[in-house]
Design a protein around this ligand. Structure first.
Ligand SMILES: [Zn+2]
Length: 538
């Protein structure tokens, strides 16, 4: 009993970052009257302007070359007694005060505890709090420190604007077991029930972190749970920690919560950035596109102008006043198509580089959706089939899915990624097995099956932004509303690395499609499709 009691005291003293169990007012993430949308009614700070977590958008971060790499002291392997606790909300390890951040932050920060946030419930649910370009990783580690140069204790520092520093690391799943986590994960079984704790005698925090600590994002934020004090300098590392799928499964299923149910975390949704700027210690991959030289821009512009073969002539003129197309150079570079819902019959007709008799394909695109319901991105009709190959994206409050038609057979792929931002979608199919895979922002989902041992008919018509209803009829239902760019089709299945490269806009690693090649296949634009200058990869 004493054991459990002291575990709770220790958790209450140091676990303010996730102090849900220990505040008098009961709050939740989703259920009940004090869910996260209502925290601010009882905890005013939760409605502040500098809240955490946030979505880190790589293309919007400010590279700060003067930002110093963190120097960590006392993080290496050590012996002692380190309490590890299941506090009913998550697992936490109390850290010795010999662990410090000695350089890279204003002052000196002393470690207090570290804890993990993970998902669970089912294998689809990721549980990291910070998202990077809209991607939620499997789990997230928080190493909590207080400003020991200025304050005497964590409790004194926890609500001061310069009081705390948290190092955050995301977890990704990989093929190999991370042996530095083996003991930690096997120990979880010993603190299965809420309130249980144990002492571990070896601790090697440095090895539990990624090797590369040079690439990180920095911003000013808050505790991610009530009372949401805006007291944290966040350092979110770009390099994920990799665990095997098996290790992640164990992490997600080992612990029980206060109701003796499997402990799976929820997370606070991304908070508005407001006036804050996220700084980075490195040039994120997406930034590279902005460093093109002027001549290169001019020559690309020239090519894009050549691609738009019949603009103006083919514009729909159904009584709407269409502005004459007078592109500014900046509007044309690079090629981004914008489909406005006010313009009926807008679509782009693609001239393909090779016939569509495909027994496998990959379709990838960057899309910024504005339309609710079904948004048709690609529609290929052939051989009397209006649904010979079609990809649609649905993003509603209740339904989020990607739909694929192959020769009049349909499969839908639901997902849970909520995004109001540019999103990268890839769909791959191979007739060999009929396997269909959906990739969103470089992350793969569950495999589906459609039309094995089948071949798509050549000789048809491929358009972007509209559904073809009946042979060559263009339908205004299920129209695409929003922006699209980098729409490519390959006649084979891309590797995971290739899919991630094109998601990350790694121009060197990315091969353009050999069936539809964005930037070199010609497009004819109809009905007032606008060209946009908000390019996703710059
Ligand atoms: Zn946390």
């Amino acid at each position: 009993m004493m054991e459990i009691f002291s575990a709770f005291v220790s958790a209450a003293l140091v676990c303010l970052v996730n102090a849900g169990a220990h505040t008098d007012i009961h709050w939740t993430y989703k259920e009940g009257s004090l869910d996260q949308m209502h925290w601010a009614t009882k905890f005013p700070d939760c409605g502040g302007k500098k809240q955490s977590p946030i979505d880190i958008q790589r293309r919007n971060v400010r590279f700060n070359p003067d930002m110093l790499k963190l120097e960590l002291s006392g993080y290496e392997a050590q012996n002692g007694l380190f309490r590890m606790t299941n506090n009913g909300h998550r697992v936490q390890i109390d850290l010795p005060d010999t662990m410090k951040i000695t350089k890279g932050l204003p002052g000196e920060f002393t470690a207090v505890q570290m804890h993990l946030h993970w998902g669970g419930l089912d294998s689809e649910l990721s549980g990291a709090e910070h998202t990077i370009d809209g991607v939620r990783y499997m789990a997230e580690l928080h190493v909590v420190h207080y400003n020991s140069k200025k304050y005497n204790s964590f409790s004194e520092a926890k609500d001061k604007p310069d009081g705390l520093a948290v190092l955050a690391f995301v977890y990704d799943d990989g093929h190999f077991e991370n042996t530095y986590y083996s003991d930690f994960i096997s120990n979880l079984g010993k603190i299965q029930f809420a309130g249980q704790s144990m002492n571990i005698s070896n601790l090697d925090v440095r090895s539990m972190l990624p090797e590369n600590l040079s690439n990180f994002f920095r911003y000013e934020g808050s505790l991610t749970t009530p009372p949401c004090h805006e007291s944290i300098i966040w350092t979110v590392f770009d390099t994920p920690i990799t665990l095997s799928q098996n290790q992640i499964n164990k992490l997600e299923s080992s612990l029980m919560d206060l109701d003796n149910k499997t402990l799976w975390n929820d997370y606070r949704i991304a908070q508005p950035l407001n006036d804050r700027v996220v700084e980075s210690s490195f040039l994120p991959p997406l930034g590279k596109g902005t460093f093109c030289r002027q001549e290169e821009i001019e020559s690309r512009l020239h090519r894009i102008e050549g691609l738009i073969t019949s603009l103006g002539k083919n514009m729909y003129s159904g009584g709407r006043s269409l502005r004459p197309f007078k592109p500014e150079h900046s509007d044309l570079f690079p090629l981004v198509l914008s489909f406005d819902d006010k313009n009926a019959d807008t679509y782009a007709l693609a001239q393909l580089s090779k016939p569509m008799d495909l027994d496998a394909f990959t379709v990838c695109m960057h899309v910024l959706l504005k339309g609710r319901g079904v948004n048709t991105v690609i529609s290929y009709s052939s051989n009397g089939h209006d649904n010979e190959l079609m990809v649609s994206i649905t993003d509603d409050t209740n339904v989020r899915e990607v739909g694929l038609w192959i020769s009049n057979e349909f499969v839908n792929m639901p997902h849970s990624l909520k995004t109001q931002d540019w999103t990268n979608y890839c769909v791959t199919w191979s007739s060999h097995s009929g396997g269909v895979d959906l990739w969103i922002n470089g992350m793969g989902g569950e495999q589906r099956h459609l039309q094995s041992s089948h071949m798509i008919s050549p000789g048809g018509t491929l358009i972007l932004g509209k559904d073809q209803d009946g042979y060559l009829g263009i339908s205004n239902t299920d129209a695409f509303v929003g922006k699209m760019t980098d729409v490519n089709i390959w006649d084979y299945v891309l590797t995971t690395a290739e899919i991630r490269d094109q998601f990350l806009c790694q121009k060197n690693g990315t091969i353009a499609g050999n069936v539809l090649s964005w930037g070199s296949s010609k497009l004819r634009i109809f009905g007032g499709v606008q060209l946009d200058n908000q390019y996703r990869c710059s």
